[in-house]
Each structure stands twice: as structure tokens, then as C-alpha cells.
Design a protein around this ligand. Structure first.
Ligand SMILES: [Zn+2]
Length: 136
């Protein structure tokens, strides 16, 4: 019996990070659907539909034999997670320097510019060539 179960997964993707995420997100949506069912019927069925879809997708990915495609999807997911992690770390870093510096987001290139606090109204030049006039 155990051997049969193990043979089932030979040549298949199995549960990777993206499938695990889909599985738990699907469970969360179904749980949420049960919670809101007494308030809004439409919202409940929407959550139930989304949750079921995620669960089905999660298992479809786990049993898929198209390993290359599933690995690419997983890599995109991991890349996205990594980007979010770096953004959170940068935001935390900016918060820790908030006492001495003011941060402005450049409208030209979306980069954060760090300016010392308490310098009055100044022109801030970005590397991309954009100039702004801000109070610090
Ligand atoms: Zn810029």
C-alpha cells in the first residue's frame, strides 16, 4: 500500500512552495467563506469558489507531469516573495532612520531619496535627472 502511494508521485511535481501557498490560501478562503456565510451570501459563495479553485489548482500542480512548467511557475512565485521581502527590509531600514532623515519617492524613477531633516525647503536632484522642491 505504502509502495503504491510512493509510486504515485514518481515523475510528478509534488508539493512545492507555490502549491503549498495555493493549498493554504484555498483553505483560508473556504474558512472565511464559512465565517461570512451568515452575513453576506454572495461573498460567501465567492470565497468558496475561489478557495475550491485554489485547492484544485494546488493538487493539479502537485500531480502534474509537466515538471519544467511547474518549476518555472514556482520560480516566479519565489522571485515575487524575494522581492517583497527586500521591499519590507528596505522600508524597515527607512523607518529606523526616520529620526535624522526624510525620504522622498522620486516620481521619475520611483527610487527613494534620503535627505537630512531640518534643512528647510530645498531642491532635491535625483540621479535620473528629476528635480523636486520639498520641505524637509
Ligand atoms: Zn529619479
Amino acid at each position: 500500500m505504502r509502495e503504491k502511494f510512493n509510486n504515485l508521485f514518481i515523475g510528478r511535481q509534488g508539493m512545492d512552495e507555490f502549491s503549498k501557498f495555493l493549498f493554504w490560501a484555498g483553505c483560508a478562503h473556504i474558512a472565511l467563506s464559512c465565517l461570512v456565510s451568515s452575513f453576506v451570501g454572495f461573498l460567501s459563495s465567492l470565497f468558496m469558489f475561489l478557495g475550491s479553485f485554489m485547492l484544485i489548482l494546488s493538487f493539479a500542480r502537485a500531480f502534474s507531469r509537466k515538471l519544467q512548467q511547474r518549476e518555472m511557475e514556482n520560480a516566479v512565485y519565489l522571485q515575487y516573495l524575494d522581492k517583497k521581502r527586500r521591499e519590507r527590509a528596505a522600508a524597515k531600514d527607512r523607518r529606523s532612520q526616520r529620526k535624522d532623515f526624510v525620504f522622498f519617492k522620486c516620481p521619475g524613477c520611483n527610487q527613494y531619496l534620503r535627505v537630512p531633516r531640518g534643512k528647510g525647503k530645498i531642491h532635491i536632484n535625483c540621479r535620473c535627472g528629476y528635480t523636486m522642491y520639498r520641505k524637509t
